[in-house]
Design a protein around this ligand. Structure first.
Ligand code: EPZ
Length: 429
């Protein structure tokens, strides 16, 4: 299994090209099941999760064509996928595949909407929380689907097609909102989604679906209206930049000191996180090319943050912020409200010398003068990159194990950081 070796203590200086967003790419690829024509996606990140989803869609009969290199292409360019679900030959998503990536459960919506039936494995447990899918099932039932749970599978049918209806989510759910929008897009009649998630990735998917001929309004707000249509066509869409990758590298610069331009990043996609980084003592400025983050002389100031759905502070940046706060001048508090078990990184950060006390959903971090390198273990995608951020500032060598977690959501992380002066390398096998 690959590992990553880091020798800390160097400031980050240079520029990093931000990739397309993983959490937009996955639902966009799944949306291709809604049409028998070709959906072309540009700015797609090269991630393990994208590769796995290609396999999962292939199981339904979807063809994915990736054009070869073109003149002028650089590793910084995302790649392009030509996705064609001309014929859906299988409406079952098996446990072996769905259990590898939870978001693949969302195929239930387009399969049901287009084919009138779907049999999708329940995703199973996850390191960061129980993560049930009851609200996704509720949304489909509100659109007239008949749903049974049988042998670990959700068996859904909609004879005569889905029907427009009203969906009110008791709590904000990103997956539930994606599922409701995709299902309602081909439903008979109009649908109103209340207390919808407002994440930028929702608006990006709705934007793409509207290019395919859907009638969706209000995406990005908590009230979304969908006028069902009989058929969707193909389209071409460029995936929005990854705000979580942006926030991650911004915190790495805040941690090590330095000056980095995050190319292609869009401040409005993560303003709450940028405000916290500025509060912690770094300079954050929007430029024509993206976002510039720098920290020269001053230290790292403590902050108090509670995670929340967009536009609040994203839970997917909680671990990275905790790493930054391990070296703050004073006491910080971070409260996690989205997932009940998202503190797996605490014990690993403690191995580097961090002082963190957990009390229910709140972590209290006493900043220390310095961290010291040690072997650590990645447990999930965002926890693993928080260990990388801490190691970049720690004295001596850190070895991060199980980096396959990182590869799920960060494209060419070592290349991007070493181009800015970090002493970081991947050790294969
Ligand atoms: C999406 O997960 C993201 N994944 C997550 O990113 C992100 O952390 C999360 O949204 C919150 O922002 C993708 O986009 C692929 P939710 P999702 O439904 O849709 C509960 C990463 O690191 N809930 O908004 O699964 C749930 O348990 C990943 O890239 C129910 O109770 O999250 C959680 O407590 C990790 N019943 C809360 O709602 C349901 O049916 C929010 O979950 C659905 C959710």
């Amino acid at each position: 299994m690959d590992r990553i070796r880091i020798v800390g203590g160097r400031p980050l200086v240079g520029s990093i090209a931000i990739s397309g967003a993983k959490n937009a790419t996955l639902p966009l690829m799944i949306a291709s099941l809604l049409t028998d024509q070709t959906l072309v996606l540009d700015n797609v990140p090269r991630l393990a999760d994208v590769g796995l989803l290609q396999r999962i869609l292939g199981n339904h009969g979807v063809d994915v064509m990736v054009p070869g290199k073109r003149p002028g292409d650089t590793p910084d360019n995302g790649h392009t996928l030509h996705i064609s679900a001309a014929r859906i030959v299988d409406t079952t998503a098996p446990y072996e595949l769905v259990s590898k990536m939870r978001a693949s459960f969302w195929v239930i919506a387009p399969l049901l909407a287009r084919m009138g039936e779907a049999k999708v494995s329940l995703p199973g447990g996850c390191a960061i929380g129980t993560r049930p899918v009851d609200l996704l099932i509720m949304a489909l039932e509100r659109l007239g689907a008949k749903i049974d749970i049988d042998g670990g599978y959700v068996v859904a049918s909609a004879k005569g097609g889905l029907k427009g209806g009203e969906i009110r989510f008791p709590k904000v759910t990103v997956g539930g909102t994606h599922t409701a929008i995709m299902a309602a897009a081909l439903a008979n009649g109009s649908t109103l989604i209340e207390n919808a998630a407002r994440e930028p990735e929702i608006a990006d998917v709705a934007d793409c679906l509207n290019k395919m001929g859907a009638k969706i309004s209000g995406a990005g707000t908590s009230r979304i209206a969908v006028e069902g249509v009989a058929k969707l066509s193909g389209a071409r869409h460029s995936v929005l930049p990854d705000r979580i990758e942006t926030g991650t590298y911004a915190m790495a610069v805040a941690m090590t000191g330095g000056d980095v331009l995050l190319e292609g990043a869009r401040p409005e996609l993560l303003q709450s996180a940028l405000d916290v980084i500025a509060q912690s003592g770094s300079e954050v400025s929007a430029t024509n090319q993206g976002i510039r983050v720098s920290r020269k002389n001053g230290g790292i100031m403590p902050v108090e943050v509670t995670t929340a759905p967009f536009p609040g502070f994203p839970t997917d940046l909680q671990a990275q912020l905790m790493a930054l706060m391990t070296r703050a001048k004073g006491t910080s508090r971070i409260t996690e409200t989205i997932f009940e078990n998202r503190f797996m990184h605490v014990q690993e950060l403690a191995r580097l010398g961090a002082h963190i006390h957990l009390d229910g959903e709140t972590a209290t971090i006493e900043g220390v003068g310095k961290l010291k390198g040690a072997p650590v273990m990645a447990t999930d995608l965002r926890a693993s990159v928080s260990l990388v951020i801490a190691a970049l500032a720690a004295e001596g060598e850190t070895m991060v194990n199980r980096v396959y977690h990182l590869d799920r959501g960060f494209e060419r992380l070592e290349d991007k950081l070493s181009a800015c002066g970090a002493a970081i390398e991947r050790i294969s096998g």
